[in-house]
Design a protein around this ligand. Structure first.
Ligand SMILES: [Zn+2]
Length: 232
């Protein structure tokens, strides 16, 4: 009886069955989730509960699986044309939630591009932090062209410099108090997406408000649909 129940439970939890959420998001499995403890239904339901509807407007489909882009760019998720591509290798439900929310942030960069970026406030906050990062790294003996730090776009050479030359652990220490995490330093888009993820997943927004006040202000603005209605 015990065993039978357990098997039944495992079957219910078994990832790999396509499903639609109540708001119509299609979740499709290209590959099975490697971790059997994760319930994708629970994860996506939790995401849709945390994020307001107007910011979910671009998310039509989530494909869970392995994509060659993951290896080429050392990433575990990306957004393209209404589809969130998310790795099937996840440590925990929290990691899967984090990946999905991060890509939702990228999905709204185009439709809300004006509201997010036009006033240049996030950009100026980001560039000021990049300047401080340059000084910190320089003081520690890491020499790199200043132009890397004033470019707001993703740059592979700069990324390699940060995560390989300096290294993930050291970079994390150097970024403490400057960026909410090391990945936020890689480009303006990642600065926005990491902030968005932090804003929706961590109830205590004190850290984000302290470290990135202009970004936090922007996220409060985007959160309230009334602000967006007025600005259109
Ligand atoms: Zn990203």
């Amino acid at each position: 009886m015990q065993e039978h129940l357990r098997q039944k439970q495992m079957k219910l939890n078994q990832p790999g069955h396509d499903f639609y959420t109540s708001r119509g998001t299609h979740v499709y499995f290209k590959n099975q989730l490697k971790n059997p403890d994760i319930s994708p239904e629970a994860v996506v339901a939790s995401v849709e509960e945390k994020i307001p509807d107007h910011l979910l407007s671009e998310m039509e489909m989530i494909i869970i699986g392995h994509f060659k882009e993951f290896e080429e760019r050392y990433i575990s998720a990306f957004y393209k044309d209404g589809i969130l591509h998310i790795s099937n290798v996840q440590e925990s439900e929290e990691d899967l939630i984090d990946d999905i929310v991060h890509e939702i942030a990228h999905s709204i960069e185009t439709p809300y591009g004006y509201e997010i970026y036009a006033d240049q406030r996030i950009k100026s906050e980001f560039l000021q932090k990049r300047g401080l990062l340059y000084n910190k790294l320089n003081a520690l003996g890491y020499k790199a062209p200043k132009s890397w730090f004033t470019n707001t776009e993703y740059d592979e050479d700069f990324d390699n410099f940060l995560f390989q030359t300096v290294g993930r652990d050291k970079l994390r220490m150097i970024c403490t108090g400057l960026f909410i995490n090391a990945y936020a330093a890689t480009s303006l888009r990642e600065y926005f997406a990491t902030g968005f993820t932090d804003f929706y997943l961590y109830a205590n927004k004190t850290l984000l408000k302290t470290i990135s006040p202009l970004l936090a202000q922007k996220l409060f603005f985007l959160h309230d649909i009334k602000n967006l209605d007025e600005s259109i």
